[in-house]
Design a protein around this ligand. Structure first.
Ligand code: SF4
Length: 211
């Protein structure tokens, strides 16, 4: 069985379990998703959702956020990781979106990654979720699951993992793979004690078959 054939079988199983996977971050529009994704770096979605519940009551759009002080932003996000940096990023990012893009988030990778707090993974998450772009943002969960399945190597960079996955993922699954692997990594294929005994894709997993 080739890696592509194996991945297709895995994706079919994950599709049966969850036909329409999406992010667990709570958001209603592109502004809210942008804030949530920036906050989610090194922080759990659960924590981010707790923070944004109040945050979005106070700052409703890029314009209102651009007018806030860094201290006001910090105060609302201080329970997440790296609040100092993230407060500065959100302030600067919203100022740029308002002044340069008329309050509308850019819809392409090259402009997104120029925004403060938006790196390659964040840009790809925004493109994937907001615009259904066929990209595979690779975070710690996606990397761990991909490696254990034997579709990438431990030493591969996130970019290399993405390239390897893209090369063998059929078009119809490109937008969904990221979400399936994140959810699988978060709830089943956990870092410390993967729940292999209840894993539906164990028969295709190198880690499971060789342990
Ligand atoms: S069998 Fe275990 S290691 Fe392999 S994908 Fe499933 S949970 Fe992860």
């Amino acid at each position: 069985m080739t890696k592509k054939e194996k991945l297709i079988e895995i994706l079919k199983i994950l599709e049966t379990q969850n036909p329409s996977p999406t992010t667990e971050l709570k958001y209603d529009n592109e502004y809210q998703l942008t804030v949530a994704v920036v906050l989610s770096a090194q922080c759990t979605d659960k924590r981010v959702n707790l923070i944004t519940k109040n945050f979005f009551k106070k700052f409703k759009d890029f314009k209102s956020l651009s007018l806030a002080s860094i201290d006001e932003i910090y105060d609302l996000i201080k329970s997440c990781s790296y609040p100092n940096n993230k407060a500065k990023y959100l302030k600067l990012l919203s100022e740029i979106v308002v002044s340069k893009y008329n309050g509308k988030l850019p819809d392409n990778y090259n402009e997104l990654i120029t925004l403060p707090g938006v790196g390659p993974k964040t840009a790809n998450v925004l493109l994937n979720v907001l615009y259904n772009a066929p990209v595979i943002p690779v975070d710690t969960h996606v990397k761990r699951v991909t490696t254990r399945l034997g579709l990438a190597n431990n030493k591969d960079s996130p970019l290399k993992v993405e390239k390897k996955l893209k090369a063998i993922t059929p078009d119809e699954y490109l937008n969904k793979l990221h979400h399936w692997f994140i959810l699988h990594g978060r709830y089943i294929c956990t870092a410390k004690a993967p729940k292999c005994e209840i894993c539906e894709i164990a028969m295709f997993c190198d880690f499971f078959l060789t342990k």
